[in-house]
Design a protein around this ligand. Structure first.
Ligand code: SAH
Length: 275
């Protein structure tokens, strides 16, 4: 996958993307990330990328010209082709007003050949970018950042780890928190049979993980994990995942498909109270 980032702060990305799985994915040639400096697409002495808002009001707005001029030579399909799914590409505007970026969206983006991310700053980006060149607006959460750069880094990290081969053990990315979706061969992202009875998170939060030492300063690892009874471990993990989801993210329980076994466990947890 090729990822292009359009930003007025290209230096921002030296660091965040140079570690761990993202770095490895780039080294292995699974991902290629190119950062474009929007100031190089200005034509005045001051390399101006922003201007005052029409209609008055606070702050400055990123001008459309550098963004359009930076995007045009990238050799993408037309917006209509992209929106029709004819080009495996997506142009994304990072915005607090965007659709929420979730694991499902990450899985969708991981099936594409190219993603282009436009990072806003100041009060935001001239709306013609959203209306005429971006395919979608994405927000990484209900809070306001000062710029889209961190959001772009978050999206790249979440997407690159889903690229086949990026994570050593691919099964591990299928078992994680929120994961109830898998891409089919033709790249569509479908809901899998969410809550099967394996340790697949099925859209819930992940179960707790422990490693050695088995007793750390008098804090022991749960006994069940030490005795090698895989059925008991599976049940325990599922129970803890359900309990944690109920405690921290009850909203997820409204949307996931629970198995009969899960529903029973959940009813018991509710009856006994969350620990
Ligand atoms: N006036 C805007 C906020 C602008 S913040 C509003 O109230 O909605 C400046 C830039 O930061 C935005 O253009 C966007 O690119 C980025 N940004 C801020 N919050 C974000 C979020 N939650 N997700 C993604 N990008 C965000």
């Amino acid at each position: 996958m090729k990822a292009d980032i359009l930003t007025i702060f290209p230096g921002f990305f030296q660091g965040p993307l140079d570690h761990g799985i993202t770095r490895r994915a780039c080294e292995m040639g699974l991902a290629k990330i190119e950062v474009h400096d929007l100031r190089q697409f200005t034509h005045d002495r001051h390399r101006t990328v922003d201007d005052r808002p029409f209609g008055g009001g606070e702050g400055m707005v990123l001008k459309p010209e550098p963004i359009f001029e930076c995007l045009e030579p990238l050799g993408l399909g037309t917006r209509d082709q992209r929106l029709a799914g004819a080009a495996k590409e997506s142009v994304i505007l990072l915005s607090a007003q965007g659709e929420r970026f979730t694991q499902k969206v990450a899985a969708e983006l991981a099936t594409l050949e190219r993603i282009v991310m436009i990072c806003g700053r100041y009060e935001g980006v001239d709306e013609r970018v959203a209306d005429f060149i971006a395919d979608r607006e994405l927000s990484i959460g209900d809070y306001v950042l000062s710029g889209g750069e961190l959001a772009a880094a978050v999206i790249i990290e979440a997407v690159t780890r889903l690229l086949p081969g990026a994570v050593g053990n691919e099964a591990s990315t299928r078992q994680e928190s929120f994961t109830a979706y898998e891409p089919t061969e033709d790249g569509e992202v479908t809901e899998n049979d969410a809550a099967d009875s394996t340790c697949n998170s099925g859209g819930l939060l992940d179960y707790p993980h422990y490693t050695r030492p088995a007793d750390f300063r008098g804090m022991p690892v749960p006994e069940v994990l030490l005795n090698g009874d895989h059925q008991a471990i599976r049940r325990w993990r599922r129970e803890r995942a359900l309990e944690k989801t109920l405690r921290n993210r009850p909203d997820l329980l409204e949307v996931v498909k629970l198995s009969e076994e899960d529903a029973k466990i959940l009813a018991r947890i509710k009856q006994d109270g969350i620990k």
